[in-house]
Every structure is written in structure tokens, then in C-alpha cells.
Design a binder for this molecule. Structure first.
Ligand SMILES: [Zn+2]
Length: 123
């Protein structure tokens, strides 16, 4: 008899709750609050800046540019200022794809910046 009751309850929950909760109900007979993808924190990202940061070390090394804090930040500022800003809203983990698409512009901006700083370091 108690079995029947549980099944009724499950059927009711399935009607009321959004479909994403169905798995949990089937497993445990009780609905649990679950985090949905919509609740993941979103971040505002300038893809240009991210892409430059990802490549900056490699670029400075190739050109044998000084990599002290001041020079790295000068290169970063120069390169990012020479790229059109591209802001996107993303989940924190979702950013790498966007960076890849931006590669060609980033590399040329980065190379120009590294050359400038190397010729005229401010440290
Ligand atoms: Zn330096």
C-alpha cells in the first residue's frame, strides 16, 4: 500500500516540477533542489584582453623581450588598446572558444606591442 502512495507522489511531482528534476525523483523518490545552468555565475569578459593575456608570455619570449612586471604590463596595455574591445557575457568556464576565434588580430597586436616595448623599455 505504501508503495502506491509513493508512486502517486512521484507522479504529482513530475507534473509540478520542471523536467530537469525527474532523474532525482526516480532515483530517490524525493525531489531535491538542483542547481540549473541558469544559476551559474556569469562574467563580463573582454575577449581581446583575455586572448592577449593567454599569448603574451609566448610572444615576449620569442622576441626576447624583457619580462619584468613593468614590461609585461606595458605590452599588455599596448596590445589591448590596439584591439577593438569585444565584450561577451559567459559562464566562467566557457571562455576558451571565444579566445580561439580572435587569434589572428591578437597576434599582430601583440607582436607590435612587444616590438615597441623592446625598443623602448620603461623599466
Ligand atoms: Zn622590463
Amino acid at each position: 500500500m505504501s508503495n502506491n502512495r509513493t508512486i502517486d507522489k512521484e507522479a504529482m511531482y513530475k507534473k509540478i516540477m520542471p523536467s530537469s528534476n525527474q532523474t532525482k525523483i526516480e532515483e530517490e523518490g524525493t525531489p531535491l533542489p538542483q542547481p540549473t545552468p541558469f544559476l551559474q555565475p556569469k562574467v563580463l569578459v573582454n575577449v581581446a584582453e583575455l586572448a592577449v593575456k593567454e599569448r603574451i608570455e609566448e610572444a615576449m619570449e620569442k622576441f626576447k623581450c624583457c619580462q619584468c612586471d613593468h614590461c609585461v604590463k606595458d605590452v599588455l596595455a599596448l596590445a589591448v588598446n590596439n584591439l577593438p574591445p569585444k565584450y561577451i557575457v559567459r559562464n566562467e568556464l566557457d571562455q576558451t572558444l571565444e579566445i580561439r576565434r580572435y587569434d589572428a588580430d591578437v597576434i599582430s597586436a601583440l607582436v607590435n606591442a612587444v616590438i615597441k616595448v623592446k625598443q623602448n623599455p620603461r623599466h
